[in-house]
Design a protein around this ligand. Structure first.
Ligand code: HEM
Length: 246
């Protein structure tokens, strides 16, 4: 598939303005927040709610990030994998559930971060808090950018993700922004495993998840930038245009 075939004008039904799922997601997130608040007023804990929505978000994020490895074979291969996965997560109900859990994850994570600030002790607790804090910020910026681009009729494909890395100065923001997100995801999953495993295996699980996140984040940024190992990437102008204004 050529670059032209992946441009917005030629993307046919691939561009979907998510206003329906967004409305449903807002309702679902409000219902979740209301349920959690009621539970808290009766003396319950927020952490099990955060953990439950993390299952949805975490499963998506793992598949989503690993699927980006298809870009090692070029944007067309990435597009084929993206199209297959979109059949699942772009179903309006699935997408509403995903966006609601992302919103609830960010909100409940912020509450847990703030409430635990005085009691937090030890490196793992701090790693969990810092990686979660970064993921919350990243999710807010990343999902807003994806939805805004879709509303503007842009297909949010590999070129969309890579665009910022192909504009001088912006690449200095986008390289750490993506690399840290994937590293933080690995560390955050590792911390969750750490607290739920026997001590001898817990340290290994955390070290392996963290190392996998750092390696995968670095590899994806090099691929997005068209540096290595994929061939140099030519990002079409409509994707770079928002960064060239001003
Ligand atoms: C190198 C790292 C990443 C890249 C290049 C990337 C790229 C993308 C792209 C291209 C889309 C649009 C997908 C589509 O149109 O079907 C997207 C959507 C999304 N990404 Fe990422 N992403 C990255 C990391 C992450 C991480 C770590 C998370 C979660 C913690 C995440 C969460 C999401 C969510 C929730 C959506 C919205 C899905 C939807 O409703 O369409 N992403 N990302």
């Amino acid at each position: 598939m050529s670059a032209a075939a992946l441009l917005p004008a030629a993307s046919g039904g691939a561009v979907f303005v998510p206003l329906g799922p967004l409305g449903l997601a807002a309702l679902l997130a409000a219902a979740l927040a209301w349920g959690a608040a009621r539970h808290l007023r009766r003396g319950g804990a927020l952490r099990p709610w955060h953990r439950a929505s993390a299952m949805v978000m975490g499963a998506f994020a793992l598949v989503h990030v690993l699927a980006h490895l298809a870009a090692l074979a070029g944007p067309a291969a990435h597009q084929a994998v993206l199209d297959a996965l979109r059949q699942v997560y772009r179903h309006p109900v699935a997408e509403a559930l995903l966006l609601a859990s992302a919103l609830f994850q960010v909100g409940s994570g912020a509450v847990l971060l703030w409430r635990g600030r005085a009691q937090r002790r030890g490196a793992v607790a701090w790693l969990q808090a810092l990686s979660g804090g970064y993921l919350a910020l990243f999710l807010l910026v990343h999902v807003s950018a994806v939805l805004q681009a879709r509303v503007q009729g842009l297909d949010t494909n590999w070129y969309f993700a890579a665009a910022g890395l192909h504009v001088p100065l912006w690449s200095g923001f986008f390289a750490p922004y993506y690399a840290l997100a994937v590293a933080a995801l690995g560390v955050h999953i590792g911390c969750a495993l750490y607290w739920n495993m026997p001590p001898a295996r817990a340290r290994w699980a955390l070290a392996l998840c963290g190392a996998a996140g750092v390696l995968l984040g670095t590899l994806l940024v090099l691929t997005l930038a068209g540096v290595w190992p994929a061939p140099p990437l030519e990002v079409p102008l409509p994707y770079r245009a928002p960064f060239l204004k001003g």
